[in-house]
Design a binder for this molecule. Structure first.
Ligand code: SF4
Length: 363
């Protein structure tokens, strides 16, 4: 019945035999309980595309303010296509995963050249940065194309509905394994609402740690609910956490802060400014003062960043190249450049604490 199905404690028969009733319960709940989100007001292809790009890897609560600001400055595909990349990145500053902004920019430039916008998911996957999830989300929501989305929320709901006991390596492999099942369960007549309802249910009711089963419109179909331990699904193999330690440099000279601009080819932060790595200095530092320690997590990495003010001679200051991605940026210009989100916060904090503006050795 279902191609290469992951292992489960049951079959999807209960839902398949009652598909209409299942859809009815889910969609009626969605109509009454969906969140009022800015991209759902007067929806358009542009709003859907922008919001879906932003929502990848980022929480809804964070995206809302970015989306509203974006729409004020870049209200449609034409304006976005005409914008400079620096302007686009500036609007994206703090959202992270900047390749999404670049892809969105390139996508807009391609869209405005088209006589007709494709409505099928396959064609959308030819646009920059658009994979199976984005193509399904955009075409189902905007054109009613009957392609199921499988994101983290849908993985959780499906795994629980069928009490799937397969242990997945990660989210991507779970999505691949569950896509055929998701496609079988979709309401082909209301694909956009169905997809949004599944994601909304996962985001607001079928929560990772404490699912609110008492409020769930489809609990009558849910094997994990019947098992009494819904939070035991989905199952993922444990990922090793890597601890990373990074030393950064805090150096202000003649009213300018030394920053490192990431290489154009960098995967995550291409051409985005950060505080420089201490190792970027072309000489040994004898005297340094720890100003702050900041911790953050990216994926499975736990990163500890130590920020040092260093004691430099005038001669050493002059030896710092303005090439090699190191740049002196006037404190007055900080607002205009695109800094990575955490670094902008740290810089603001350090300036507010009165971090040294000048610490030059006299010898
Ligand atoms: S009944 Fe509970 S576990 Fe099952 S889908 Fe609903 S919220 Fe999730």
């Amino acid at each position: 019945m279902v191609g290469k199905m992951p292992e489960c404690d049951c079959s999807s028969d209960l839902i398949l035999k009652n598909k209409q009733a299942f859809h009815g319960r889910l969609l009626s709940w969605y109509r009454n309980h969906r969140r009022e989100l800015p991209w759902r007001q007067s929806p358009s292809l542009y709003k859907t595309v922008v919001s879906e790009f932003m929502l990848q890897q980022t929480q809804v609560e964070t995206v809302i303010s970015y989306f509203n600001r974006w729409l004020c400055v870049l209200p449609d595909f034409q304006t976005l296509a005409r914008a400079k990349e620096s302007q686009v990145l500036k609007q994206w500053e703090g959202l992270g995963y900047y390749s999404r902004a670049r892809f969105l920019h390139r996508l807009a430039r391609q869209i405005v050249q088209l006589k007709e916008i494709p409505k099928d998911a396959q064609s959308w996957q030819r646009f920059p940065g658009v994979g199976p999830y984005l193509s399904a989300a955009i075409t189902s929501i905007c054109f009613g194309t009957p392609v199921a989305v499988v994101d983290g929320n849908v993985i959780r709901v499906l795994s629980r509905l069928l009490a799937i006991v397969t242990t997945f390596k990660d989210g991507a492999s779970a999505a691949r394994a569950l896509r055929p099942l998701a496609q079988i369960l979709i309401d082909v007549h209301r694909a956009g609402d169905y997809n949004q309802a599944m994601m909304e249910l996962g985001a607001t009711v079928c929560l990772r740690q404490k699912p609110l089963c008492g409020f769930c419109p489809i609990r009558g179909y849910c094997q994990a609910y019947k098992s009494g331990i819904p939070q035991a699904y989905p199952r993922f193999s444990k990922r090793k956490t890597a601890r990373v330690s990074i030393q950064r440099l805090w150096l202000i000279h003649k009213g300018a802060l030394l920053l490192q601009r990431q290489d154009k080819t960098a995967r995550r932060l291409a051409e985005i400014y950060e505080l420089p790595l201490l190792e970027k200095l072309p000489f040994q530092v004898a005297d340094e003062r720890l100003l702050a320690v900041r911790k953050r997590s990216i994926s499975n990495q736990r990163i500890e960043e130590e920020i040092y003010a260093v004691h430099l001679t005038q001669e050493n200051i002059l030896r710092i190249p303005s090439s090699a991605n190191l740049h002196w940026v006037s404190l007055n210009r900080l607002k205009q450049i695109t800094l990575s989100g955490p670094h902008r916060r740290w810089i603001a904090e350090l300036l507010a604490y009165g971090a040294p503006h000048r610490w030059l050795s006299t010898h």
